[in-house]
Ligand binder design. Sequence first.
Ligand SMILES: CC(C)(COP(=O)(O)OP(=O)(O)OC[C@H]1O[C@@H](n2cnc3c(N)ncnc32)[C@H](O)[C@@H]1OP(=O)(O)O)[C@@H](O)C(=O)NCCC(=O)NCCS
Length: 441
Amino acid sequence: MTENSTLIDWFRASTSYINAHRGKVFVVLLSGEALEDDNLAKIIDDLSLLHSLGAKLVLVHGARPQISKALAATGKELRYHRNLRITETDCMATVRETVGDLSYWLDGLLSMGTANSPMHGAQLRLIRGNFVTAKPVGIHDGIDFHYTGKVRKIHAQAIQKQLDEGNLVLLSNLGYSLTGEVFNLSAEEIATEAAIALNAEKLLLLLPTAGVLDSDGQQLPSLNEQDAVANMERLQQFDDEQSSCIAQALSAALHAYRHGVHRTHLISFKDNGALLQELFTREGNGSLLSSDSFDLLRNAQVADVPGILNLIKPLEDNGTLVERSRERLENEIENFKLIELEGSIIACAALYPISEDAAELACIAIHPNYQKQKLGSRLLQSLESEARSNGVKSLFVLTTVTSHWFIEHGFVESSPEALPETRQKLYNFQRNSKVLCKPLG
Ligand SMILES: CC(C)(COP(=O)(O)OP(=O)(O)OC[C@H]1O[C@@H](n2cnc3c(N)ncnc32)[C@H](O)[C@@H]1OP(=O)(O)O)[C@@H](O)C(=O)NCCC(=O)NCCS
């Protein structure tokens, strides 16, 4: 029963995400390392599920470790200059063969549909083609990069047409020049440029770690541009493979971000279900570089009540917030403002008038994944300006554990006696909250 109700709750809670993702373009980077991981079969199942739920998917696969191994087997190796590989003419046959093999192998995996597989009935149609025009990297510092290429153009319209017809598009790290040659490109660059050219809703980069970890090894669920730059620069100082892989992913994410891709998720390819958890739960399971959380501040409506209850329940349980029943919340909903991200409520706060020129700020809550991004300050600012325009001169707040945060935002310590009489009567002496007040000039 408990397991069932957890599943049912989870399924219900995912509805807003299913609706938000339907019809949106997601570009997914499957690095060569991800293709070698034991979890790949699960990732393929999850991508197929995502496709079934209406997301338009462009998969971009890399082949770096596979190419290195194939070249080593023939006694050759890729040389590097400025961290960029040099693809000499005599390596290209092996590169083409290796990438071609991987693409066909992925075609096969994505075509599975046996009765006992989660892809049964999915009927996924996969399209590959010459969607990427490449140009040579050229000669730098006197070093010729030969068949190492760069993206010249992504044929976004042609890809979009396939997506609109319900097909999934698979791109590899190879591109084709107008002179008819094949070039070896970085899959990160193709994924990033494809996301930009397609104006994708999301770029999903699959990594060997659970997103971006800070210097203490703690996962960073959400990043703004400055966080992403700081972590990229920190990781660039290390020369282990994992740090450079994440630094590279952050660099790709930043490039996409600066060219209009508003959400890049960095998700583990090793963790079973991480992709679904990141995309269909508020808690997520990776790191999200995004620009949009500040844009979605709005007044709450009755339909938001379940989302607000979800957000504040843990804070009511630990005593930080006073308990509110669903009925009370429904009655008081017009006092609330919230911040929504992808259909999910990540922050809320309320403003209650308590006399002609006094109001109380209450129930301010930011989901733990989104704290320290100034969402609290932003909500406070918005409610303060609403209070001002309603003629409020004194803004009160009652708090047990957050007084310092309010003091840092211009509140000063006050006392229950300073509250307007009607509110004084309701003061809960057992709770013994501190009363703070901010004069609104
Ligand atoms: C308090 C809260 C609303 C702040 O929201 P936020 O979006 O994280 O706030 P901001 O980004 O504007 O500010 C973050 C800063 O406040 C600090 N802060 C958070 N909670 C604090 C507290 N209880 N006391 C003092 N400082 C606090 C953070 O450490 C951070 O400081 P830093 O920037 O120096 O690292 C949020 O932490 C929250 O929802 N807390 C739980 C609910 C709660 O306490 N509500 C108040 C009930 S009256």
